[in-house]
Design a protein around this ligand. Sequence first.
Ligand code: FE2
Length: 342
Amino acid sequence: MLDATSSTYTYLIASRRGGEALIIDSVLEKVERYLQLLDELDLKLVKAIDTHVHADHITGLGALRDRTRCITIMGEQSAVDVVSVRVADGDSIDIEGIRLEVMYTPGHTDDSYCFLAGDRVFTGDTMFIRGTGRTDFQNGDARDQYDSIFNKLLKLPDETLVYPGHDYKGDTVSTIGEERAFNPRLQVSSVEEYVEIMDHLNLANPKMMDVAVPANLKIGLSQHEVDAKGWGLSCAEALPLVNLADAVLVDLREGAERVRNGFIPGSVHAPYPELGDNIGPGGLLHELAAATGKRLVFYCAFGERSAMAVQAAQEAGITNCCHINGGTDSWKKSGGPLEGAR
Ligand SMILES: [Fe+2]
C-alpha cells in the first residue's frame, strides 16, 4: 500500500485469508485503511515492524498496537522508547506460514534493517529501485551503507525480488540482479567512490523531519492506565514473588528471547501470540488461575506485551493478575535473577 504524501510503501503480509498477518513500515494516517483491509481479508494482525526510525512520516506502529494489541518490533539499535520486541541480525520474525529473516543493514540510519522472506527482500530505505536511502542524518553513514548493500543485499540470489520502503517514481518491485546491473548508485568501483556520491547529494531535509522523528521516538505503550488500576508492579515489588506459592510468573516472550536473555526462575512459558487461547475458557492460564487461585504475574522483554496481556486477561475474567513494569530489561538492571541465559 502506498502513502502518497511520503511515497512510503507499506507491506501487509499473510500466508492465507483468515490467518495471521504482519505489517512492515506502516503510516499513521493510513491506519484505518490497514484495519479495513485486515477486516476485509479476515486477517489477524500479530506483528507490526518498522525498518528504522522514519524521518518523513509518523509511524502507525503505536496506533496499530493500541487498536489490535499486536506486537511492535524494531531493531536493537533503535533509539525508540519502547517496542515489544527488539531484533538483531540473524534473528527471525515468525507468524503463521511466514518467516522473515532479519538483516541488520546500517547506513541510511544506524538502526536500519532489511527483512528477507524466501524469494523476496524488504529493503526499507537501505536500497531503493535505482536508488539508495540518503545517509546524511540520523547517524547515517555511507560506508556502512556500502557494506550493507554490497556485502549483504547483493549477496542474495539475483532473482530475489526487491520491495523498497519508498519509491518516488511509482515503481513497485525490482530484483537484486536488476539493481546490481542498473542502479546508478551501485555502478562504483570502490567504497570511496560510493561515499563521494553520497556526500554530494545536497538534499533538503524532509518536510516532516522535525515532527516525525520526535514522534517516532515516543511510541511505547502508555502504561499509566494499567498502573492506575494497580496492575503494574515495579521490579522491586515483583522480586519477592519469585518462587512464592501464591503467584505464578508468566513469560510472554518467544522461545528465542528466552534463550538469549534467560527467564525468571520458576516462570511458565506462554508466548504472547497464543494469549487469546490461553486466557479463554479451557486455556492454560484460564484453568491455572481458576484451579489454583494463584495470582498471574505477566512479564515480557520491555513491559509492553505484559501490559496488553493484563488488560486482555482482566477482560477475559482473570481478575487476579498483574504485570512487571519494564520486563526482563528492567528486571536485569534491578539485579533480578534470570536463569538459562545463553
Ligand atoms: Fe528513512
